[in-house]
Design a protein around this ligand. Structure first.
Ligand code: 5RP
Length: 232
């Protein structure tokens, strides 16, 4: 079974949690894309839902699949967000942002009563940090922001190479919000809630990929089947 088959299986399990009338957050990435496609099939069969997309890519996918869309201006809260992740630890803390959509993903997850994270088993880790931590920054004053990030890393006992993410054309990758992303190769983040709070305090940091206390459920698909982990 391919990795993509596993991602689709996790997405299919999450679609089972969707009820008629729900307001949904629609994640970004290859796993979330399966969810949008499967949701679109149910909408065509008569399911009544609305979704808030977490990226322009997901907006395009949802439109293609016939999933009705709304915004967080038009509605106050979402019932459920389903999104992928780059890493998931046993406390259901996450690293997200490999696809560059972390800012909208976090806004949407925080506006949701429940978040289900869907992934293949390879995303499950004992400790976050093997995947480079994405940090979304304002391009202005980048040097100062980088130094402030380095100082926060030192205070939190982590270190590693940092680089501005590049697009395929070699220029800086620009997020949907018009910002840049620094990827920090930390290897291991012993206290992710503490690091997350410290990064939030840096001027110039718009958002970071540590999702703390947001996911209630992880649906992990592996060769042996599906494992569902609930927040303790
Ligand atoms: O955070 C994300 C995008 O910003 C994605 O959810 C994350 O990168 C996982 O992607 P995939 O499902 O393609 O492995």
């Amino acid at each position: 079974m391919s990795m993509d088959d596993l991602k689709r299986q996790a997405a299919a399990r999450a679609v089972e949690q969707v009820r008629d009338g729900m307001k949904l957050g629609l994640g970004t990435g290859s796993t979330a894309k399966h969810f949008v496609e499967l949701l679109g099939e149910r909408v065509k069969a008569g399911l009544n839902v609305v979704g808030v997309p977490t990226s322009e890519a997901t907006r395009a996918d949802a439109e293609r699949c016939g999933v009705p869309l709304t915004t967080l201006e038009e509605i106050d809260r979402l019932d459920l967000t389903v999104d992928g992740a780059d890493e998931i630890d046993p406390n259901l803390e996450l690293i997200k942002g490999g696809g560059g959509a972390l800012l909208r993903e976090k806004i949407v997850a925080a506006a949701s009563d429940r978040m289900i994270v869907i992934a293949d088993e390879s995303k499950w880790v004992p400790t976050l940090g093997r995947f480079p931590l994405p940090i979304e920054v304002i391009p202005f004053g980048l040097g100062a922001t980088r130094r402030a990030i380095e100082a926060v890393f030192a205070e939190n006992g982590v270190s590693g190479q940092m680089g501005v993410r590049k697009a395929k054309d070699g220029h800086a990758f620009v997020t949907d919000g018009g910002h840049w992303i620094i990827d920090a190769h930390l290897g291991r983040i012993p206290d992710s809630p503490r690091l997350a709070a410290a990064l939030n305090s840096i001027p110039g940091v718009v958002e970071h990929g540590l999702f703390i206390g947001l996911a209630q459920t992880a649906v992990l698909a592996g060769p042996q089947g599906i494992r569902v982990v609930e927040r303790r």
